[in-house]
Design a protein. Structure first.
Length: 557
């Protein structure tokens, strides 16, 4: 039976009884002819506070032009976004993960409230990307995700810069390795225009992963935000969503177990952000697809690291695009039998079909052949043990240190840990423990890039380990374990750690342990009292009451 392109909007605008709705829509510029066509929501999160989403208004206009050319009526919808890079290290960072749910909720509300027939979600900054995918999974309306693209690298003294260099520069300046004037020069150069953070950090990790899941057209994610091609990609996306609508291609038909595994493979093969664990678990939950935190370790262990991308590698996101982009990466993995090639994408073609005509720039070494993999296994590792019985996430793509044993330096919040690093009171061999920063405890599970980058900048990146029930930025590198679960705020073992306790990391055996007797841990937790909530009213209080643990994706259901 053919899919009705106006399967929802007719109840909003058809018939004499809907005259009032039509009258109000006409007041903002729509015509009677417009309202006889399928109504397509063009959702985005433009905000005038950061570069990541700064191009969304223009992209929305170009997507809308494509929708009109293909016979639909586009309607623009705007929601919020929080910049991780700007809010990092402040109380405002707690808003970031909360915003993922709020953005998904906003898109869902607008889609239902206006009876849209189809959806294009333009995404940019970190949480907007999984939020857009989660909204599509909830709504199960014909639709797709379009990534607005990476920022171009900055230039300083002949080398490429990303925001990671600024964060690490803070640690270098505190350690006396560079002057304040040099730090300001790096700050001035690192972010030259619109676009999301410029390496395989969370935004680019999630954007490329969604191509491998199938919710975004293959080859669109790696095109930069200020690239001349982005406008034509946006217009073609508007045309594509009308094809998706007429064919009745639905998100939950695309988001299968194999598709989610492809997304994990994409992240693992490029040394991507640990946040992909949190976000793909959340997407799986919205789509009703079984996925477990242990699946990430299993799949990563079978996936070669072939993308030489920062923060662990040498290249920035736009270098990947110049090398051949996601189609080349997919073809490399498919040819080696490392990817599910028959996964269907939003275009109606499989991953194998989409990557069949991949082109490689001669001489590129950004995406290497599988038989010359940078590592035989991917970058995502799940540790368990007496400190993380429900798991934690660590990325090993960018370093070789696989074990560490040292005394705990315990901090109840991120700011205190940052002050200790900046004050040069952290010593080689220490294990920095930052707790009460989990989904409930923060609330909002702050990223710790300020602390981790300062450790690297201070020269401690290869001699200090860190663990937290909070999160890490995709720009984090070093022996850093995040998402420790259960979190401290619900009485997880991390709440029992005391200053000077010995903690051991054992990546080969997938262990994170507090080296004291189990009876002692149990006794400490029996005497533990939950800290008072940071917020007692408003959005943060509601979030803390509703949110699940990190091992389930920190979803609010």
């Amino acid at each position: 039976m053919p899919f009705d392109p106006r399967h929802r909007s007719h109840v909003l605008v058809d018939g004499p009884g809907r005259a009032a709705a039509r009258s109000q829509l006409k007041s903002v510029g729509f015509t009677s002819d417009d309202l006889k066509k399928p109504l397509v929501m063009v959702a985005h999160s433009w905000i005038g506070t950061m570069p990541c989403n700064f191009s969304h208004r223009q992209l929305a206009a170009e997507v809308s032009a494509g929708v009109r050319a293909a016979g639909g009526t586009p309607m623009e919808v705007n929601t919020v976004s929080i910049s991780d890079g700007i809010s990092m290290g402040t109380e405002g960072m707690k808003a970031s993960l909360v915003s993922r749910e709020l953005i998904a909720d906003s898109i869902e509300l607008a889609a239902v409230g206006y009876s849209f027939d189809a959806v294009v979600v333009i995404v940019g900054c970190d949480k907007t990307i999984p939020a857009g995918a989660m909204a599509l999974a909830r709504l199960n309306l014909p639709g797709l995700v379009l990534y607005s693209g990476s920022i171009a690298p900055g230039k300083y003294k002949g080398r490429d810069l990303t925001i990671q260099d600024v964060f690490e520069g803070v640690g270098e300046e505190a350690a006396g390795k560079i002057t304040e004037e040099e730090l300001i020069a790096i700050e001035d150069a690192a972010c030259p225009g619109a676009g999301a953070c410029g390496a395989q950090y969370t935004a680019n990790t999630m954007a490329t992963a969604l191509e491998f899941v199938g919710l975004s057209p293959m080859g669109t994610a790696t095109i930069g935000a200020t690239d001349d091609r982005k406008g034509s990609v946006a217009e073609r996306t508007g045309e594509l969503v009308m094809e998706v609508l007429r064919e009745g291609r639905l998100p939950r038909d695309i988001i299968t177990r194999e598709a989610l595994e492809n997304g994990i493979i994409c992240a693992a093969s490029t040394g991507g952000s640990t946040n992909v664990v949190l976000h793909l678990l959340a997407l799986a939950a919205e789509a009703g697809v079984p996925l477990d935190i242990d699946d990430f370790d299993r799949i990563s262990e079978a996936t070669p690291l072939v993308g030489d991308l920062r923060p662990g590698g040498r290249y920035v996101a736009l270098d990947m695009d110049r090398a051949g982009g996601t189609p080349l990466l997919a073809k490399r993995l498919l040819d080696a039998g490392k990817l599910h090639g028959d996964v269907m994408t939003v275009t109606g073609r499989t991953i194998a079909q989409e990557s069949a005509n991949a082109t490689e720039t001669p001489g590129q070494d950004v995406i290497v052949p599988v038989d010359h993999a940078l590592k035989q296994t991917g970058g995502l590792v799940i540790l368990k043990g007496s400190l993380a019985p429900q798991g934690c996430v660590i990325k090993v793509a960018g370093h070789e240190r696989l074990t560490h044993r040292g005394p705990a330096r315990v901090f109840e919040r991120e700011e205190d840990a940052f002050a200790a690093v900046s004050g040069n009171t952290i010593n080689a061999g220490d294990v920095v423990v930052i707790r009460n920063e989990g989904p409930k405890g923060g609330p909002g599970m702050r990223e710790m890039l300020g602390v981790t980058a300062a450790l690297v900048g201070a020269g401690l990146g290869e001699s200090v380990a860190l663990l937290t029930d909070g999160r890490f930025s995709g720009a984090t590198r070093g022996l850093m374990a995040g998402h420790v679960a259960p979190e401290a705020a619900v009485g997880g073992p991390i709440a029992a750690v005391r200053e000077g306790d010995i903690i051991s990391f054992d990546i080969p055996n997938r262990r994170l342990d507090l080296d004291i007797a189990a009876e002692e841990i149990a006794q400490r937790l029996a005497n533990w009292q939950a800290p008072p909530p940071s917020y007692t009213r408003g959005v943060f209080a509601k979030y803390a009451k509703l949110v699940s643990g990190a091992e389930r994706g920190a979803v609010t259901s």
